[in-house]
Design a protein around this ligand. Structure first.
Ligand code: SF4
Ligand code: SF4
Length: 457
């Protein structure tokens, strides 16, 4: 079978995987960690510890604040110093547990040995509960609680689990390294996920620029002897790792506007999430650390580091030679979808995958000029939107027309901005408009719910 890709839009940025040969090395534990209560999509978690409490690595420090929410565990052993709002990487206050580190004592029951546990428990309900208790969330960017994805709503049925190993964002290499260095664990995680979803087939999708990973994972599947798991080689194309794009590429099915992947029979999880599932189910290890790529042409060193959750960004950068004078901008994530870091004292969260250092020349935007109606932005949009039109409607503040033109479907991939010869800040404007429209949709839903409840009384 030829190499697959998605059918609408997309771009081909240079992949710049300059840290691809850097093995994942554990970073030292910082003197203090700052554990955010908002590390997942959904309601923030609620602290269950108090100032002065002693905690161990892997101990629960916060419980889910709602159905779509997740447990949070201490990534270190030590004493809780404060529970208070603290600035995140954008400078916004987020409830945070500050823990002063003392030693490295782990909670009971966590298997820290290197022994590979291949026998998968047969009780699927118990597996999902372990994933929930392990605080596992989607680590490909969305941080959606994984156990919720594994419980399809009545009437929907999973037909295929897709493991996203595309890592299509330029510069990022932590998933690639994870495939090479923790391939067995990823494959067992994939086998657990396909079992839970009803022994459906599972596709591990890897882009063609990672041939070593494709070969290695095929060998691992053969060695472990799991059935129903295949590796699919994908063409290089951004944003192939987007959930809807990957489903289109692998299954040839389109997820409708506002619909979930399960509506077309798909459950998508990222490589790092499959590893977290293995850890939670086979080793009783919750998410307390994650792999972070530190990269950029101006970075003192390229690195892939295993970092305890809650480690200050400054501590990470200091460990790899500090921030060079030539670095004008630091991005958390990749250059296409990442977020600018405004506060180096912010700490990592479960979903932190990379710190990218860029120079002034690499970040400088050319001055914007008038739209020449070339249509390149619309051709590049993988969601089939018309970015030039959305941009105009955002400027006009026409909320109704924005919703009619499905601005809420924008996945903020930046393909439109990347393609625009007039350098119009399409992504910034569309992101702003999308936020306003989603706010209006949520307010409408809340009002409708309140009216329905009032009518019942
Ligand atoms: S950022 Fe949004 S509008 Fe622009 S190409 Fe991506 S999905 Fe389309
Ligand atoms: S790519 Fe830029 S110039 Fe071309 S139609 Fe879109 S907004 Fe206009």
């Amino acid at each position: 079978m030829g190499k697959r890709t998605f059918s609408i839009g997309g771009v081909h940025p240079h992949d710049n995987k300059i840290s691809r040969d850097c093995r994942i090395k554990p970073l030292a534990i910082p003197p203090t960690v700052y554990i955010s209560m908002s590390q997942h999509i959904g309601a923030p978690a609620k602290p269950v510890v108090a100032v002065g409490d002693k905690v161990k690595v892997g101990q629960v420090v916060a419980e889910p604040g709602g159905f779509v929410s997740a447990f949070i565990h201490s990534s270190v052993s030590g004493t809780v110093k404060s529970i208070a709002p603290r600035a995140d990487l954008a400078g916004n206050p987020v409830m945070t547990i500050e823990i002063a580190v003392e030693g490295d004592e782990w909670a009971e029951g966590i298997d820290r040995s290197e022994t590979l546990v291949t026998a998968i428990p047969s009780d699927n309900k118990a597996i999902i509960e372990k994933i929930r208790l392990g605080g596992v969330v989607g680590l490909g960017g969305a941080t959606f609680p994984t156990h919720v994805k594994l419980m399809p709503p009545p009437g929907s049925k999973c037909e295929r689990v897709i493991i996203n190993g595309c890592e299509c964002e330029p510069y990022l290499t932590s998933d690639f390294r994870t495939l090479l260095e923790k391939g067995e664990q990823v494959v067992i995680g994939a086998a657990i996920l396909r079992q839970v979803m009803g022994n459906v087939p599972c596709t591990i999708a890897i882009e063609e620029n990672k041939p070593e990973a494709i070969v290695h994972i095929r060998e691992v599947i053969a060695k472990l002897g799991y059935e129903g798991i295949e590796v699919m080689t994908m063409k290089m194309r951004y944003p192939q790792g987007g959930e809807k794009q990957l489903i289109d590429a692998v299954m040839g099915r389109q997820v409708g506007s506002g619909a979930l992947p399960i509506s077309v029979g798909a459950v998508v999880q990222n490589v790092a999430t499959a590893l977290a599932v293995y850890d939670a189910v086979q080793k009783n290890k919750p998410i307390i650390d994650n792999s972070v790529t530190v990269t950029g042409a101006c970075a003192a060193q390229q690195a892939n580091l295993l970092v305890r959750v809650g480690t200050p960004l400054r501590f990470i950068l200091d460990a790899v030679g500090g921030v060079p004078e030539s670095a004008a901008k630091i991005i958390s994530g990749g250059p296409m979808m990442g977020r600018a870091v405004a506060n180096l004292d912010a700490a990592t969260v479960k979903g932190t995958g990379a710190l990218l250092l860029l120079t002034e020349a690499e970040t400088r935007r050319k001055p914007a000029s008038a739209c020449i109606r070339c249509g390149k932005c619309a051709n590049a949009c993988p969601m089939g939107l018309e970015p030039f039109l959305l941009n105009r409607l955002v400027k006009a503040g026409d909320m109704e027309a924005l919703e009619e033109n499905a601005i809420q479907d924008c996945i903020e991939c930046g393909c439109c901005l990347y393609s625009c010869p007039a350098n119009i800040p399409l992504l910034d404007n569309i992101r702003m408009g999308k936020g306003a429209v989603l706010g209006a949709i949520r307010a409408r839903a809340a009002a409708a719910k309140a009216a329905a409840e009032a009518a019942k009384k």
